[in-house]
Design a protein around this ligand. Structure first.
Ligand code: CP
Ligand code: NVA
Length: 317
């Protein structure tokens, strides 16, 4: 066996639930530092970190679903840290013709230093991680979206300081981003109130995990009550990639729209966040998403800065 196959233990970034609180905090703080360095150096999009900390590193990025933010932010992140990215569409690979994930994982491990996967099924991600001999990063699955929520925490703290003890409210579909927010609430010590209809609640076992790990996470079917005194209100599309029950979702989720009435229940200085892409007039009104409380553009840009920190963590840097 050649040397590149002897990298253990691997730092996969599969879910926030598998990080320690210290690791999660370190990733956020390093992202703040990396962002400061990029800003001090002029923040041009052609910025290259003066130390090129990932100069000898390469990342394969596999997409089984569309992406704008994740794709561009990861590619720019590794580039700005001195490394190289290869973008692969699942359908263009032999994966799309039936080559197994386990064989693909082993082959890619011989070519690149890390693999990022946006997968239809979370099981595919776990299979990739089980067979890769390099770190694997979750770039969204049907179950979770940890990179996104790390960027959200960074964004909250940039605007309002420590998130610990703050009341975060999720209104809408209890989807993949909501699951990562449940994990984040435990790791970062914030309160999370999820207002979701009974048809579209987050998985029970994630809520139980939060309870068993000391999280202050609750579920309600009353968005206005949930929003009371919130420090931040978050939502996401009602129809995620892969969902087919579109009409049912639009009808059932309508009362969970983030609008002026809902925002009025929250603190005067509350923030609004959305991972994007947004569907204005559905999960959020124009008035809110384009209004003064909305920090969506910072949230999107912070994908770049958090991705750098996640990559550094994966490589033990
Ligand atoms: N928020 C997010 O992950 O966006 P993309 O689907 O564009 O990557
Ligand atoms: N919940 C959405 C997030 C997109 C970034 C989806 O999975 O499509």
């Amino acid at each position: 066996m050649s040397n590149y196959r002897l990298k253990n233990p691997l730092r996969h970034f599969l879910d926030l639930a598998s990080l320690t609180q210290d690791e999660a905090r370190d990733i956020i703080e390093k992202a703040k530092a990396l962002k400061a360095t990029a800003t001090q150096e002029g923040n041009g999009k052609g910025f290259i970190h003066p130390d090129r900390p990932l100069a000898d590193k390469s990342l394969a990025m596999i997409f089984e679903k569309p992406s704008t933010r994740t794709r561009v932010s990861f590619e720019m992140s590794i580039h700005q840290l001195g490394g190289t990215a290869i973008v692969l569409q699942g359908d263009d690979m032999q994966l799309g013709r039936g080559e197994s994930l386990s064989d693909t994982a082993q082959v890619l491990s011989g070519f690149v230093d890390a693999v990022m996967l946006r997968a239809n099924s979370h099981d595919s991600l776990l299979e990739m991680a089980a067979h890769a001999t390099v770190p694997v990063i979750n770039a969204l699955t049907d179950y979770s979206h940890p990179c996104q929520v790390m960027a959200d925490v960074l964004t909250y703290e940039e605007h309002r300081g420590p998130i610990k003890g703050k009341k975060i409210v999720w209104s809408g579909d209890g989807n993949n981003v909501a699951v990562s927010w449940i994990h984040a609430a435990v790791l970062f010590g914030c309160e999370l109130v999820l207002a979701c209809p009974k048809e579209f609640c987050p998985p029970t076992q994630v809520l139980e995990w939060a309870k068993n790990n000391g999280g202050k996470v609750s579920l309600t079917h009353h968005p206005l009550e949930a929003a009371r005194d919130a420090d931040c209100i978050i939502t996401d599309t009602w129809v995620s990639m892969g969902d087919t029950d579109i009409e049912e979702r639009l009808a059932i989720l309508a009362p969970y729209q983030v609008n002026r009435k809902l925002m009025r229940e929250s603190h005067d200085d509350s923030l609004f966040m959305h991972c994007l892409p947004a569907h204005r007039g559905e999960e959020v009104t124009d008035e809110v998403i384009d209004g003064p409380r909305s920090v969506i553009w910072d949230e999107a840009e912070n994908r770049l800065h958090i991705q750098k920190s996640i990559l550094m963590w994966c490589f033990g840097k």
